[in-house]
Design a protein. Structure first.
Length: 206
């Protein structure tokens, strides 16, 4: 069983930033990042819908140790993903990431003054893994990567077209010439609609 001073949960924008500052301010402390997926990037690697971009400017969303240099401050998803990966590689953070590990349970022992973390290995090649640490830093975001919120719409069983959540965007989806309805009018919808518009017959959101 491996023990670390700090375990960071999540290798997205926040997790990589936390690792950098830990290395700089506490160089004598050991740490590991546990990441349930097989890549760095979190949100920016998970979401693949057309036009994905930040809705905050990258000069404030980005790292103080790696100022955003690209021309577009409201950046597209692939550019942000490259940026996070560059930060991980430039600062030797990737070597401390344990990919395909999902935190299922964290138990604190006051007697031992440490956490015991029960991890599920998500690549199918291992079973389970246990780590201990003195401090857990949660950088896992605020939504489920596996089961996004999906309300039920009355009568949807009768709909004969394609219907899915944008977090689960099909890789082989061909929407050229289709009539599309986007349910919702938030940041995701306002990104998807103009990106799809040139290729579809009609698109609306609401």
């Amino acid at each position: 069983m491996s023990h670390f001073d700090v375990v960071i949960v999540g290798a997205g924008l926040s997790g990589i930033g936390a690792a950098y500052h830990l290395q700089q301010k506490c160089p004598g402390k050991s740490y590991a990042i546990v990441e349930s997926r097989d890549a760095v990037g979190g949100t920016w690697d998970l979401y693949r819908y057309p036009g994905i971009r930040s809705d905050s400017d990258m000069h404030t969303l980005g790292y103080n140790f790696k100022p955003w240099q690209a021309a577009k401050a409201i950046a597209d998803g692939p550019s942000i993903l490259d940026y996070v990966n560059e930060a991980a590689d430039e600062n030797a953070i990737r070597q401390n990431i344990r990919f395909n590990r999902r935190l299922d349970r964290a138990a604190w022992s006051s007697e031992d003054a440490r956490w015991t973390l029960d991890l599920a290995c998500t690549d199918g090649e291992r079973g389970r893994e246990t780590l201990t640490c003195n401090f857990v830093l949660m950088c896992s975001g605020y939504f489920s990567h596996d089961q996004p919120y999906r309300p039920h719409f009355e009568g949807e069983e009768d709909f004969e077209g394609t219907m899915f959540h944008p977090q689960l965007w099909p890789e082989d989806l061909d929407y050229a010439g289709k009539r599309v309805v986007v349910i919702g009018s938030g940041a995701t919808a306002m990104t998807i609609v103009p990106a799809m518009a040139p290729d579809v017959e009609h698109i609306t959101s609401g």
